[in-house]
Write a protein that binds this ligand. Structure first.
Ligand SMILES: [Mg+2]
Length: 254
């Protein structure tokens, strides 16, 4: 029997399907930047600002630096700054500012447009649709257990309605210690005032959720395919909606 006091949740692909969100966010914010920048430069050209070459001469930003160039720049930066490898927001802003600088913008304008693009990115990033069962699930679990969210991603859960269910929110990337590092798990449990042996972590990644939680002595609910044998303490779910059943079984089991 497990004496359960706390439950920690991964977010992306655990409480909602994230694939479509990331796709829309990635292409959407880049296209927005390309468009907004072209408009701004056109206005700039008219004012004969010495910084700007005519737009047709410099070409469109996204033509000179297609999305792939941006992706490669981020990977390169992550390699150069290993401590920042989980801080996706920093990596994105820095990569954009670099590309915008190479495109010919003055440093302050490159920074400005990188910030604007990131605001757009974050707005699109938060257009997530939690699974239909999640609201009631968290509401119910929150009355009995201490809840925390732990994400490597850059969703700010306080921007979502379901954020109110989490008294403790850990942005692991920004801690500079993304999962599977033990620190985000330990930070969440410390802030909840719970010990690992009385806590359950719920997530979709075998390597970043299930294994590190289990190594710490937490129970782990892994949302994944039925393609491997599970060590004791890791329990497989098809979907987060099956969590109440697992909890009932865990706390009653003898
Ligand atoms: Mg996930």
């Amino acid at each position: 029997m497990v004496k359960l006091e706390a439950i920690t949740f991964d977010l992306d692909d655990t409480l909602w399907d994230n694939g479509g969100v990331m796709q829309r966010t990635e292409t959407g914010h880049y296209a927005w930047l390309d468009e907004a920048l072209a408009d701004w430069l056109a206005a700039h050209d008219e004012a004969h600002d010495k910084e700007a070459r005519p737009t047709d001469e410099r070409g469109r930003f996204a033509e000179r630096f297609p999305l792939e160039a941006f992706t490669n720049r981020r990977l390169h930066l992550a390699g150069e700054h290993p401590l920042r490898r989980g801080d996706f927001t920093w990596l994105r802003r820095r990569a954009l500012a670099e590309l915008l600088g190479e495109y010919g913008l003055a440093a302050e304008h490159a920074e400005h447009w990188a910030m604007q693009a990131m605001e757009r990115f974050m707005a699109l990033r938060h257009e997530v649709t939690p699974h239909a069962e999640v609201e009631v699930l968290l509401e119910t679990l929150g009355t009995r257990y201490k809840l925390a969210s732990i994400t490597n991603g850059n969703v700010d859960v306080t921007r979502l309605a379901l954020g109110r269910h989490f008294p403790v929110i850990i942005a692991a990337g920004e801690l500079l210690a993304p999962k599977p590092d033990a620190r985000p798990f330990l930070a969440a449990l410390a802030r909840l005032g719970a010990v690992p042996s009385r806590a359950l972590h719920v997530g979709d990644s075998w390597a970043d959720d299930a294994l590190p939680a289990r190594r710490l002595g937490m129970q782990a609910a892994w949302i994944g395919p039925d393609d491997r044998s599970l060590p004791p303490g890791i329990h497989r779910l098809d979907h987060v909606r099956e969590l109440p059943e697992l909890i009932t079984w865990l706390v009653r089991r003898r």
